[in-house]
Design a binder for this molecule. Structure first.
Ligand SMILES: [Zn+2]
Length: 307
């Protein structure tokens, strides 16, 4: 995946959004076809389209990033309009994240506030409330995701894009940003805002795709992480660099297994859509479609603390 090392003379608008270094090496040429962009292109847990911006790799911090200028205005509009159809899968992801957070509960104390940025349909929020947080808040830009939220989650959701100002009324001890940092134009600025809103000693919990994970290296351009909506792709080193650049002290970075129903895993396979539909229908007929399966699909979980 990382073999195209030649330096091109193309103009590059965007320096590395983590360490600021300009002129990254070409990683993958862009192949965005405007005719194939649908309202689902910016939805979470969609079917992979294998379209991406031109990507470069930073020799300073190991980040892979889109070299085109990706303005926050364009992106937030795209996410506000994104279609949302993954309630059950969101619930599965939330349970995985909740399991990852469990060992850190002791550090947070009781009765505090937890925030989930990019909360989707709010699936994680009732689980956080169950763990003893007095106040839980989800921030989500997509109105269709909020409309799809179950009642026990919707009351905790705020519609909009995260900023420190949007949380001026609370001082959370936990801020979660799961599968979010790939999508924003300035991930370090977002993490600085997380640092700003956290109470002293508070924790930031982050999940990202790991571009260096075996499965992603193996699939190369067919990996679901090669995607129009990902304007950067992290590895353990670049994730650590991003958290540190925001003033957060990294306590842990580890890979983990995601647990999803078989029918969701089939959807991610790099196969033609018609074939996947037939495999899914066949699995459903046998009653396997909803069977849960844990797989190491190349994701990273990190916890970092505000001093
Ligand atoms: Zn860099």
């Amino acid at each position: 995946m990382e073999l195209t090392g030649e330096r091109t003379t193309d103009a590059i608008d965007r320096p590395c959004p983590v360490c600021g270094r300009p002129n990254g090496k070409l990683f993958r040429r862009g192949n965005i076809d405007p005719r194939r962009i649908s309202e689902f292109s910016y939805a979470s847990r969609k079917e992979p389209e294998c379209m991406s911006h031109t990507l470069r790799v930073c020799e300073g911090c190991d980040l892979v990033y889109a070299d085109a200028d990706v303005s926050s205005e364009t992106l937030s509009l795209a996410y506000a309009d994104a279609a949302y159809d993954s309630g059950f899968e969101a619930h599965c992801a939330a349970r995985t994240y909740h399991r990852l957070l469990a060992p850190w509960g002791g550090r947070l104390g009781a009765g505090r506030c937890a925030v989930d940025i990019g909360a989707g349909n709010g699936a994680l929020l009732p689980l956080l409330a169950e763990s003893g947080f007095e106040e839980v808040i989800g921030i989500e830009p997509s109105s269709s995701a909020i409309a799809a939220a179950p009642a026990d989650a919707r009351e905790h959701l705020r519609h909009g894009v995260f900023s420190a100002e949007a949380l001026a009324d609370v001082q959370p001890s936990l801020v979660c940003a799961f599968m979010l940092l790939e999508h924003v134009p300035d991930p370090v600025s977002l993490l600085r805002d997380v640092h700003r809103v956290l109470c002293p000693g508070g924790l930031a919990a982050v999940v990202v795709h790991n571009r260096r994970a075996p499965v992603n290296r193996l699939l190369g351009g067919r990996s679901p992480i090669i995607d129009i909506e990902h304007v950067q792709l992290f590895s353990p080193r670049s994730l650590r660099a991003a958290l540190s650049a925001a003033g957060l002290e990294v306590l842990a970075i580890r890979s983990f297994r995601n647990r999803y129903p078989l029918r969701y895993w089939i959807r991610l396979l790099p196969l033609p859509a018609g074939l996947k539909r037939r495999i899914t229908a066949s699995a459903d007929r046998r009653g396997w479609g909803r069977a849960q399966l844990s797989l190491p699909v190349g994701n990273l979980f990190a916890v970092a603390q505000k001093a």
